[in-house]
Design a protein around this ligand. Sequence first.
Ligand code: ZN
Ligand code: FE
Length: 254
Amino acid sequence: MLSINQIPVLQDNYIYVLCDPDSGHAAVIDPTLAAPVIEFLAEHRWQLTHILNTHHHHDHIGGNVELKEYSGCKIFASSYDAKRIPGVDHALNEGDQIWLGEHAITVLATPGHTLGHIVYYLPEHAALFCGDTLFAMGCGRLFEGTAAQLWHSLQKIMTLPQETWVYCAHEYTEANARFARSVEPANQVLRERIAEIITLRQQHLPTVPFKLADELATNPFLRVTQADLQNQLQMQGASAVEVFSHLRGLKDKF
Ligand code: ZN
Ligand code: FE
């Protein structure tokens, strides 16, 4: 099995390093900065072979060039982003597979936050690295795509096994939880989850990764077809995309 390592950087970014003990090779997902990754690799004597980018925003690619110069690794990004991320070696599309040693990493296209956004799924590890598409109790802002595109992308994630661990790129959970509570005040599972999250953050512990099953029960953006949420928003009978779009607009102003 790969080991999955989380490096918190800047205000709220998470960099992930996947390490294969059989080959000694490592892959880094969305290296915001190079220095903390180099420090980790050197300390544990891993050889960096892959940079996997979820999208082109600077807080996800900032360390790319320096890490490539340091290690000679290859940079992987979506075919859409290959033109706008410097130094990309491999352009990826939906369904492509990448190998780290004998471990398969599957690419899913998830446009919405940006048009070129992709996520990396490791079925064998029940792990999803989803960048800025899905957050704990929230989702990415619509910078380039439409509400319909992001809702479609989230539905793709919702069909993965419920026991999947979701590794998102930001610690936005507390603010997302406040918004979720405002739109689903009667959701008891949500209340319990918020209590757990407050305890974790008081101890300066990460709330990421989290289980997809917990998202389905508490993330309002995944619950736009639920009658209770629609009633609360006075949108009974509206389409999922309409509710999703309205919710995204409310969160932007929250
Ligand atoms: Zn982003
Ligand atoms: Fe980001």
